[in-house]
Design a protein around this ligand. Structure first.
Ligand code: HEC
Ligand code: HEC
Ligand code: HEC
Ligand code: HEC
Ligand code: HEC
Length: 419
């Protein structure tokens, strides 16, 4: 009798254990299925509490570093030359310093650039976790037939886990069409398809931290990478297509607004050539309970240099920060020199116009405005202030100043010649 009871007890315990295991597997499966379409990062918290906790910190203001950080200060106020450079473009309305991924949708929705200007749906691509679902619903072309305001109410979350992870195994993956198509057109489709974890640690970021434009007639989002990632390759791409974003309000030059080319700039740098990825510096692995965890509080590495840099670099944290800020300070000096030359070029073109010089006489100096400003903007819009590729940044800014000076001379000669 006692023996039977003991056997029953063992059986019941076994059944309960089995039920628990099966139940857990069932719950996990159900969770993974639910996550396949989940755009709210909070829904991932139960399965990945540590990554979710650091991801949520992207809402925190780190304060400002020498040239970066996540305080969304007014970049037009900080450097009034920018407003002049973008005269006639929505950027003259408002341009703030970027902050953490938590804000990606909120800041776009609240910007004067979307509130006061009619913008295309293409803006959504990098600013909403809902973007891939909208593309799936309408198709790529159908998505682009919408305006930003038509879809505004469908957007809720800026960045989310599925932007970089496949639900289930949580492998790194990309899910943004413009990036995938750009890689294919650049002849790098196979490289992307075969990419191992190390390469993916930069590709996930390149989905959004890249130069783009809206291609007519659909205002389709395109990354101009067909000819390569250097500024000169991108310039050739735009020139061949006769593309311009807008006509400069003062000089009448057909200009291109460059946007956050972090991936392009990083690709030309020493760190990239050594195989260092975006995530190595912006998402260091840190020891926590139960092993190494990737820090998802993506931010300025200079606010976290010990974890971000000292895994590879010797010497103290402070010394390395100073070395990096010195690189940035040099970039800022060269930016200012390019700005001075560009402002002088604009003055010269305006004077030539007022002096009666016509379209033909202004052609060389307007071409110079386009080429010089593209180079300056490539460094100014890139968010590391030269750190990602110091020598490339310096080269572009020296070229910008040189081209602007030649353009100013051409404008003054045209003015003199017409008199
Ligand atoms: C070797 C380390 C390193 C690598 C690799 C790296 N970055 Fe950075 N990144 C930095 C540093 C340092 C800064 C400057 C931060 C500052 O000024 O406070 C920075 C700045 C930035 C900023 C602006 C941050 C701010 O506070 O305003 C963005 C955005 C960014 N990087 C994105 C990327 C992307 C995307 C990649 C890959 C394509 C990348 N980074 C690769 C170190 C790195
Ligand atoms: C290819 C991806 C991509 C597209 C498309 C895109 N953005 Fe962004 N946007 C970013 C990234 C990356 C940042 C952060 C880096 C920075 O601020 O330069 C950003 C920052 C911003 C910010 C905050 C900083 C600022 O500029 O004031 C606003 C607002 C914004 N974008 C609006 C827009 C609008 C409006 C459009 C459409 C015209 C658009 N974005 C299209 C990637 C994109
Ligand atoms: C911008 C891209 C990006 C986003 C968004 C993102 N992750 Fe990650 N995640 C990474 C990278 C990069 C790694 C490191 C992967 C590697 O190299 O093995 C990582 C690693 C992980 C890992 C593996 C364990 C570890 O800590 O290394 C988990 C689990 C994870 N992330 C969960 C999440 C969750 C949950 C979210 C949303 C709350 C999220 N991630 C959002 C890029 C991202
Ligand atoms: C889906 C698009 C998207 C992806 C993918 C993405 N970012 Fe961003 N990132 C943004 C946008 C948009 C902002 C600007 C948010 C704002 O200012 O409101 C931003 C901001 C940042 C900032 C600025 C934070 C600050 O404090 O100023 C850094 C650094 C950054 N991203 C690095 C990365 C890195 C590294 C990766 C890859 C691991 C990555 N991002 C992947 C869209 C993206
Ligand atoms: C995965 C390894 C790795 C990480 C992470 C890394 N670096 Fe480096 N870095 C290198 C190597 C290797 C070199 C080349 C040798 C050298 O100059 O020390 C280098 C070079 C540099 C240089 C000289 C650049 C030049 O163009 O001459 C600076 C400055 C620098 N790193 C700063 C940083 C900072 C700041 C961080 C953190 C945000 C960082 N590094 C993160 C590996 C790394």
């Amino acid at each position: 009798m006692r023996e039977t009871r003991a056997k029953l007890l063992v059986l019941a315990t076994m059944l309960m254990a089995m039920a628990a295991v099966l139940g857990y597997a069932f719950l996990q499966q159900r969770a993974a299925r639910a996550l396949a379409t989940a755009t709210d990062p909070d829904l991932w918290a139960a399965l990945f509490p540590r990554q979710h906790a650091s991801f949520s910190q992207t809402r925190i203001d780190t304060g400002r570093t020498a040239y970066g950080g996540s305080t969304p200060y007014d970049k037009l106020e900080a450097n009034p030359f920018r407003r002049r450079a973008w005269a006639g473009h929505p950027f003259e309305l408002e341009y703030r310093a970027s902050r953490g991924h938590y804000w990606a949708q909120i800041d776009q929705r609240e910007s004067r650039r979307t509130k006061e200007r009619d913008q295309p749906a293409a803006c959504i691509h990098c600013h909403a976790a809902e973007a891939p679902a909208l593309v799936a619903e309408f198709g790529w072309d159908g998505f682009h037939r919408h305006r930003y305001d038509d879809l505004r109410d469908r957007l809720a979350h800026g960045s989310s886990c599925a932007d970089c992870h496949a639900p289930g195994g949580m492998e790194l993956r990309v899910n943004r069409t413009a990036f995938v198509r750009a890689m294919e057109r650049a002849g790098r489709g196979e490289e992307l398809a075969q990419a191992g974890p190390a390469a993916m640690r930069s590709f996930v970021c390149a989905q959004c931290h890249a130069e783009y434009y809206f291609s007519a007639p659909l205002q389709e989002l395109v990354f101009p990478w067909d000819e390569g990632l250097r500024l000169e390759d991108i310039e050739r791409y735009y020139d061949e297509r006769g593309f311009h974003d807008w006509i400069h309000a003062e000089t009448g030059a057909p200009l291109v607004k460059i946007q956050h080319p972090e991936f392009e700039m990083h690709s030309t740098g020493l760190h990239a050539s050594l195989g260092v990825s975006c995530a190595d510096c912006h998402m260091p692995r840190e020891a926590g309970e139960g092993g190494l965890v990737t820090d998802h509080w993506i931010r300025s590495p200079l606010t976290n240099a010990k974890a971000s840099c000292l895994g590879c670099h010797q010497g103290g944290e402070q010394a390395l920060i100073e070395r990096s800020v010195a690189v940035q300070r040099r970039t800022v000096t060269l930016l200012a020199e390019a700005e001075e030359a560009l402002a002088d070029l604009m003055d010269a073109i305006v004077a030539a116009k007022e002096g009666g010089v016509g379209t033909e006489g202004l052609e060389a100096s307007r071409r110079a405005h386009r080429a010089a400003q593209m180079r300056w903007d490539f460094v100014d819009a890139e968010n590391s202030t030269g750190f990602h590729s110091p020598r490339e940044a310096a080269r572009l800014l020296e070229d910008a100043a040189e081209i602007a000076r030649e353009g100013a001379t051409a404008a003054r000669e045209a003015t003199g010649g017409d008199r």
